[in-house]
Design a protein around this ligand. Sequence first.
Ligand code: SF4
Length: 331
Amino acid sequence: MEHVAEKEVLLEIKSLKKYFPVKRDILQKLTRKNQKVVKAVDDVNFKVYKGETLALVGESGCGKSTTGRSLLRLIEPTAGNVYFEGKDIVTYSKQELKNIKKDMQIVFQDPFASLHPRMTVEEIIAEPLSIHKVGSREERRKKVEYLIEKVGLSPQMKKRYPHEFSGGQRQRIGIAKALALNPKFIICDEPVSALDVSVQAQVINLFKELQKQFSLTYLFISHDLSVVKHVSDRVGVMYLGKIVEIANTEDLFSRPAHPYTQALLSARPVIDEKNRMERIVLEGELPTPLNPPSGCRFHTRCPFKMEKCMQVEPTVKDLGTNHQVACHLHS
Ligand code: SF4
């Protein structure tokens, strides 16, 4: 899906796929039944521009986190290309990948699970610096103190362990660790969804401040449209392993073109009654990516489905103003 030509592309994903083989039982092995696969990410394309925040939204199980992890090669993609500053990192060797990881970091949803319980805050934040042999011991110590302050914690806390902190503070430690190697790009994978609403706003504001200060580019993965509206410049909506719509945030929220986006937005709580959309209730559950529906994958739940939708997969249509959608209604 395309965007304005004059902006500099930092990351480009082309035809990214991640299929997980399903374990076969003995009978299936004996009868040599075909190996089934879960198509968690299926032909995803997008660009991320320097300095922007692109959000990926969708229901749980739509493939947004798998997309994030595949493009960092935390899990190996099945197919596709991931161009970072023009170079395809899918072809990189282990060593090349280790080097590029300095520029590409991730902040996870659950800071407690992602921080080593027996390491002090100081050790946690210094770990990437030690792995990449950055600076002397003293330089690393100073950098850790600098980062602790940058994320709004006190340097006096550096000898404490993760369990001594609140959820919001732990996420700040995770952010400091992600910043240690001066990355250009950070994947924020549901970074505030485990936090209380009051703390969410503080952490989101911290992400925004740090983006300005360190010229960061974010891929912000979230199921929460209110968070996404606040934090992102553009939004990609995912459904069952595919991006169905991508647009500038304001455009997507005021002019959603895909019936799935319309349904997601109509279910969003809004304070201002004037902006309330009529609720579109989707029928049924999210189908399994093991056996996705034919044609348009959304047709089993779409209130506007036509005969064609069940047979023909919609291609991406450009609606102008950097807004693209994959739906036969816009053919
Ligand atoms: Fe609905 Fe058809 Fe559009 Fe799919 S292609 S979203 S089924 S109208």
